[in-house]
Design a protein. Structure first.
Length: 136
């Protein structure tokens, strides 16, 4: 008997393959959620020469802000840039009607600003402590 499909593991996926999967899920979810689709929330930190030196990648959907990636280089840590980034994301999410937020991180990467700047948003529910993972 011949298989009708093959499951392929890609360790270096193409952007076109990822786009097909994301578009398929987006279309399906929209059909189940009255046409609602996620809206990207991208915040870019640039230096004086306009080079990207940090940022945040997230989305808003059905009243939720989901933060997928936050990156800040060592040179910008502990200078308020991360706090400003999170506050800007929170502000934009509120403008989009979000009342809740989701951020998953490893506990070794958890920053003080996550709790101090957004206590209205994140209630800590640490899980998988043995491997250093937490959900906020």
């Amino acid at each position: 008997m011949r298989a009708e499909f093959v499951i392929e593991l890609q360790t270096d996926p193409t952007s076109s393959d990822m786009a097909v999967i994301v578009a398929g899920l987006t279309d399906y979810n929209a059909s189940q959620a009255d046409g609602e689709v996620p809206e990207y929330l991208i915040l870019v930190v640039r230096d004086a020469d306009l080079n990207v030196v940090g940022g945040l990648v997230g989305s808003t959907y059905l009243g939720w802000l989901q933060i997928h990636v936050v990156w800040m280089p060592d040179a910008l840590r502990k200078r308020g840039c991360g706090t400003a980034l999170m506050r800007r994301a929170e502000h934009e999410a509120l403008l989009r009607g979000c009342a809740r937020a989701f951020l998953e991180t490893f506990s070794f990467r958890r920053c003080r600003f996550m709790k101090s700047s957004a206590t209205r948003w994140w209630a800590g529910s640490p899980i998988f402590h043995r491997v250093g993972r937490a959900t906020h």
